[in-house]
Design a protein around this ligand. Structure first.
Ligand code: GLN
Length: 250
């Protein structure tokens, strides 16, 4: 199968090797005989029609350069999500898929409005290893390990479902005990690393959502020999736990 991916603003939002997430999706698709076709979506481009959209993280400066354009694509992105396209948004990209982001300079950057959340940059950055507990599929409780580095404090609205519970780290705002946001097949998170190499189950979950969108019915992928990935997950998770539990910072 061909899995079509729209990579939003890769030249602006690609901090902390987030592009590695695309490499993991391409490899894990190919190891099952599928082909990932990635299209960059930049200034002036329409968002097209893809099975999965991806947007990485960025400093306030890069976010300010593309926020208005990205927000203008909001109706098309909301329509794609409503049509069952999968989405992964990391950190700065996650913030801009919410209702808006007030940056360190106090500028209010407009958001896409996919996630019911708003973000305000605080004085001190939230930096460190993170470990989350998630349950994307009912009954399948999994952990996510990664690295966070953000000034933004993200407040979830009443309609927002968190991605996971913070086991160790700051999470969305350093106070709620939750991290990220999930809306159907769309996921937003602060976890860099990049995220997917050390969390192969999430990479497969995203590929299954994209294949389900492409084929029009639920798809499940068989397991891969993930010994190395599981080792990376265990090391990252232990590092997060060693730094203490859920950390708070207002
Ligand atoms: N500039 C945003 C913040 O500081 C996002 C940072 C990022 O993408 N790592 O919160």
């Amino acid at each position: 199968m061909r899995i079509s991916v729209g990579h939003l603003y890769p030249d602006y939002l690609n901090i902390y090797a987030d592009r590695g997430n695309i490499a993991v999706l391409a490899s894990r698709a190919a190891w099952r005989g599928h082909e990932l076709e990635v299209r960059a979506i930049g200034s002036g481009d329409s968002i097209g029609d893809h099975d999965l959209y991806y947007v990485g993280g960025g400093q306030d400066r890069e976010q300010a350069l593309i926020a208005v354009e990205l927000a203008a694509q909001g109706p098309a992105l909301l329509e794609a999500a409503a049509g069952g396209a999968a989405m992964l948004a990391v950190c700065g990209g996650y913030q801009l898929l919410g209702r808006g982001y007030r940056d360190r300079l106090g500028a209010e950057l407009p958001g896409v409005g996919l996630f019911d959340l708003h973000t305000v940059a605080g004085e001190r950055r939230m930096i460190g290893d993170v470990l989350l507990e998630c349950e994307l599929t009912p009954g399948e409780r999994r952990t996510l390990a990664g690295f966070e580095n953000h000034a933004g404090r993200t407040m979830l609205g009443p309609a927002a479902e968190p991605l996971g519970r913070v086991v160790a780290g700051f999470g969305n705002d350093g106070a709620s005990g939750y991290e990220g946001c999930r809306a159907g097949r769309a996921i937003g998170t602060y976890l860099h690393g990049p995220l997917l190499p050390r969390n192969p189950w999430l990479a497969d979950w995203l590929l299954e959502q994209a294949l389900s969108h492409s084929l029009g019915e639920p798809q499940r992928l068989g397991p891969l020999p993930d010994e190395l990935e599981q080792q990376a997950h265990a090391i990252a998770g232990a590092r997060a736990r060693s730094r203490g539990g859920s950390r708070s910072r207002r």
